[in-house]
Design a protein around this ligand. Sequence first.
Ligand SMILES: Nc1nc2c(ncn2[C@@H]2O[C@H](COP(=O)(O)OP(=O)(O)OP(=O)(O)O)[C@@H](O)[C@H]2O)c(=O)[nH]1
Length: 547
Amino acid sequence: MVFNWFRRQYNDSSETPSDKKQEETTPAQEPQPEPAETSTAETAPDTTADLLAFAKAAYKNIQQKQQTEVVETPPDSENASAEPETVETAIAEITESELIDEPVSTTLETAQPEIIQTATEEENTEDSSVIAIAEEPDVESSEITTNEIEQTRTPEATQPTAPANLSFLERAAAERQAKLDQLIATAIEVPEPEVVQPVAATSEIGEEIPGLVFDDGFVWSAKVLAAQGRNPEDVSIEEITWLKKLRQGLDKTRRSILNQLKAIVGQGPLNQAAVTEIEALLLQADVGVEATDFIINALQTKLREEVTAPEEAIAYLKKILRDMLDAPSIASHKTSFTPEKETLNIWLITGVNGAGKTTTIGKIAHLGQKSGYKCLIGAADTFRAAAVEQVKVWGSRSGVEVIANPGKNTDPAAVVFDAIAAAQSRQTELLLVDTAGRLQNKKNLMDELGKIRRIIDKKAPNAKVESLLVLDATLGQNGLRQAEVFSQAAQLSGVVLTKLDGTAKGGVALAVVQQLGLPIRFIGAGEGIEDLRPFSSYEFVEALLSS
Ligand SMILES: Nc1nc2c(ncn2[C@@H]2O[C@H](COP(=O)(O)OP(=O)(O)OP(=O)(O)O)[C@@H](O)[C@H]2O)c(=O)[nH]1
């Protein structure tokens, strides 16, 4: 069964393109994705117990699916995960000399262990956080228990009696000692307080799925999916893994800034001091002046006079953010960003060098391939020889063929021409085109991108063309200035925001939509091939403001 990441559903139920279906499954479109207010209220758990039950059911379903898959997999390929298999097959396609000659081949050799290492580190981090959560209440509870014991014990019952023939001081000392002994004895006798587990015991969830711990991250991810109307049976391991990663990736932004914002907003009517504080926090998160003003105005309108319950105020803040993030896609009448099946979709990928363009192409190719699309990559960043080789490496990782012209100073438009011809003869559905990202000369950039567009229009007039700008989130507002140059040069239709992991500037997503008026189509939260997914405003805001 193929999980279509673009539509967030398994392919078997809808192979044919259907706008209606796409709209139905686009979380961004839900007017109020808060669990209680959506049409999905039936399936959305509204108590902690319901949520845990939902999460457990989802975990068990994933378990069952995996077991079925193992049974169905022929013994030869049982242990081979899809990724290395694809890499090996694809590496064989790149000639040995190409890999040896180019320094980039080293990247290929080391890249896989790197990905594995990252995953292991993340797992460890998650594990240790679970342990930390479990340990804290332990200490607290034992303190509380000891205090409670002290408070509830009546003086008569606990006061040890000292022999009457002792002096007053001796008697007091003896009594103190006896009391201490009694306290120690009682403390030892106190049963170990039950460790507060945010997760279920193994007996409840069955055998643990390798690489998927049933921790609070799992429960949170399940909650986010449940709130979007998903059933436990539909929850995929990929989605849970991604949501856990997204939440972890946005940790810095969430902890350093936005949680404070949540605290202020949750306090009630906004006074001037609160407004100033919110302003400062948003600007720190690189939300930008424009988006900050918008958020403050929206909040003030609602909270200035009205006494709003904290939960409601936070839900309102989340809604403001979601609406802002969704505004450009609603305005362009394209709320879902899915390549059309059985049609040539051409996605031009632009951005300055280092933003994560090549990586993004590889990750989207992988997503496309995994989601059941026939994909192809056109290596039209001919400005840098290494760029072509890097794209080839990513093509091999994702098992997607790369069309490149080996000659020096090749015309990028010529590569695009060849790539379209290849795509048409192979019935490719998604052609990803890498383009040069140099910025030294805006006119050159405009000329080059303009020429590529003309070739596309001429050679593939019926193709669905998108032009995506890759932006490095760690650059915050500086990245936006680059974006402005690109938006003048290319007819941009969306943004891919990369490197959201490990930056406190996650708020730049709001600046992107507000300042550029462009929808965010994908977000990247890691260097691994699985670390980029289609953007969902609901999931992003939940990850940004979740506790
Ligand atoms: N942490 C993190 N790193 C990323 C992400 N996306 C890309 N990177 C890293 O950013 C660096 C640059 O990525 P590239 O894909 O090579 O960037 P590029 O825009 O193609 O730049 P050139 O290769 O110079 O043309 C690499 O080390 C990537 O691994 C992300 O989402 N998170």
